[in-house]
Ligand binder design. Structure first.
Ligand code: HEM
Ligand SMILES: *[C@@H]1O[C@H](CO)[C@@H](O)[C@H](O)[C@H]1NC(C)=O
Ligand SMILES: *[C@@H]1O[C@H](CO)[C@@H](O)[C@H](O)[C@H]1NC(C)=O
Ligand SMILES: *[C@@H]1O[C@H](CO)[C@@H](O)[C@H](O)[C@H]1NC(C)=O
Length: 505
């Protein structure tokens, strides 16, 4: 009986392989695939965390353009600069949607979320509002003030922590997290968010961190019902209920902000915040500019903007601690250009090319979105002479491109000098941590600005050392995003030469 069963499954596997991969490909010229594609589940059995590493191994073995079958859906897996260029330039319009998923349907509710909204006039308008509120010339001056202010608070916090802790230990991840959340909250609402000491966020702060964490977790779990529609009736309810309860929690939380803001509007009238912009739009068109849209904006900016930026700074400082000569070289550059009588300022950043190389090299090795953010094709198209059907999910493995030994010398080593003299190019789609094209990251400028300015002052003002002389652990978590498993804690003292300046603050 068992033998018979085994025999029949084997025949089924072989037949379905011949059908789907071989003949199917011959007739429709799909990209190469991997043997075997199992009945029903296809290649789902191959996907193990960390996904970017698993997919990188598959691409090395089977090629840079692959068609995987994930249940009922096609996945186009790209891991070469030339193929990624084809997707993001001549086919960019076709790949400008996010994949249809239950998560996107509930969390991107009513098409108000910039990340999830389908490509079209509504998405274009959301994108324009984000640019007006975040990156326009006007908000840049305000942004500058916020940044300088928050940097000073950060310096003071680190100073206090390094003095009060017996061994001058500073929880780098925690202080950077608070810096970024406060910057984002000030852009959004005009108010700081975390007011207490490091790690002592109030009840609201805790609730907020929980919401972000849950958003993150649920978004990263691949939901089987998205790939195996016949399973939906069995597996959907638990997951769907979790999503709905998360959405309700978030709605209540962010609605609280909006109400608070409405009450205190008189006080902050002269500031141009994002909520204010949206509330004034709401007055003229309340059916389109709903409270739901304002909540979606707050959420997407905080969830897409904070962990990515904080994580990059944390990886960067970790790399510097493990490579003290790079840290020293960067500090020499800062001392030479700025001196010790004033802090690094925004206008200095163009004169600190080595610092920029360090940040690029960090984003090369540890891109916060190693697989970018998936897209989905809205029409049939051709990539590398292969036919790609409509509705195919696109994943570009930027992590593997950025560590490909065919493209980079000694790719695993941290060597900022490799970026010297490469200014102003994307280097042939080899280096692309923010994605590319119409749907690329709108926060790139803001993120780089915060990262450069913050690392600049941290290198300028403090002496940094590893704990007990041990190398900083660089293990990557199993998540979809590239997170450092061990939060960075380092030994830190104010620099003696900077004492005068720091005492004045
Ligand atoms: C180091 C920091 C950051 C990295 C590496 C990063 C990376 C990315 C990537 C790879 C995408 C997908 C792009 C694509 O599909 O081609 C993306 C999208 C996005 N990012 Fe960022 N990001 C960062 C910081 C930020 C910040 C600070 C903000 C907001 C203030 C932000 C807001 C967004 C939004 C709203 C989207 C979705 C855009 C859309 O779908 O139209 N990001 N980001
Ligand atoms: C979508 O928006 C409309 C109008 O603003 C609202 O009436 C409706 O309840 C919303 N739908 C959901 C599922 O939230
Ligand atoms: C979102 O937009 C798409 C395409 O424009 C539409 O089919 C869908 O019904 C919209 N969803 C909601 C909840 O409004
Ligand atoms: C860093 O990379 C960006 C591409 O994202 C490039 O435009 C810039 O010139 C690079 N800077 C340096 C110093 O390599």
């Amino acid at each position: 009986m068992e033998i018979l069963y085994l025999y029949m499954s084997l025949i089924f596997v072989v037949l379905s392989y011949l059908f789907t991969s071989h003949f199917g490909r011959k007739f429709s010229n799909l990209p190469p695939t991997i043997f075997p594609s199992l009945p029903v589940i296809g290649h789902l059995y191959l996907l193990k965390p960390p996904l970017h590493q698993t997919l990188a191994k598959l691409s090395i073995k089977h090629g840079p353009i692959l068609n995987l079958q994930l249940g009922s859906r096609h996945l186009l897996l790209i891991s070469s600069p030339s193929a990624s260029q084809e997707c993001f330039t001549k086919n960019d319009v076709i790949f400008t949607n996010r994949p249809h998923t239950l998560y996107g349907k509930i969390i991107g509710n009513n098409n108000t979320s910039l990340n999830w909204a389908p490509y079209g006039d509504n998405w274009r308008n959301l994108r324009r509002i984000a640019s007006t509120a975040l990156f326009s010339m006007h908000s840049r001056k305000e942004f500058h003030d916020i940044l300088v202010d928050e940097e000073k608070l950060l310096i003071r916090k680190i100073q206090n922590a390094s003095v009060s802790s017996v061994h001058s230990h500073v929880n780098v991840k925690a202080v950077l997290n608070e810096l970024m959340l406060n910057i984002m909250m000030r852009i959004i609402s005009g108010n700081r968010y975390f007011v207490g000491d490091i790690g002592a966020a109030d009840e609201e702060g805790k609730q907020f961190s929980e919401i972000l964490e849950e958003t993150f977790l649920l978004g990263m779990i691949p939901y089987l019902g998205d790939f195996l529609p016949f399973l939906r009736n069995f597996v959907q309810n638990g997951y769907k209920n979790k999503l709905i309860s998360l959405k309700n929690k978030r709605d209540i939380f962010f609605q609280g902000f909006i109400e608070q803001f409405r009450k205190s509007e008189g006080v902050v009238k002269n500031k141009k915040t994002m909520i204010q912009l949206l509330l004034s739009l709401q007055e003229s068109d309340p059916n389109y500019y709903t409270d739901e849209m304002i909540r979606s904006f707050m959420l997407i900016l905080l969830s897409a903007g904070s962990d990515t930026t904080t994580g990059t700074m944390e990886w960067c400082l970790s790399l510097l601690l493990n490579h003290p000569h790079v840290l020293q070289k960067s500090r020499n550059e800062i001392d030479r250009v700025i001196g010790k009588d004033r802090l690094v300022e925004e206008s200095d950043l163009v004169d600190l090319p080595y610092l920029r190389c360090i940040i690029n090299e960090t984003l090369r090795l540890y891109p916060p979105g190693p697989l970018l953010v998936p897209r989905e094709s809205s029409k049939d198209c051709v990539i590398g002479d292969y036919n790609v059907p409509r509705g195919t999910m696109l994943i570009v493995n930027q992590w593997s491109i950025q560590r490909d030994p065919k493209l980079w010398n000694d790719p695993e080593s941290f060597n900022p000098e490799r970026f010297e003299g490469l200014e102003g190019t994307r280097d042939g789609f080899k280096f692309m941590p923010f994605g590319f094209g119409r749907r690329s990251c709108p926060g790139e400028g803001l993120a780089l600005h915060v990262i450069e300015a913050t690392l600049g002052v941290l290198i300028q003002c403090f002496d940094w050392e590893r704990l007990n002389g041990k190398m900083v652990d660089m293990t990557e978590s199993l998540n979809f995003n590239l997170v450092k498993v061990e939060p960075l804690v380092a030994k830190c003292k104010p620099r003696a030469e900077m004492k005068n300046l720091l005492d004045q603050m």
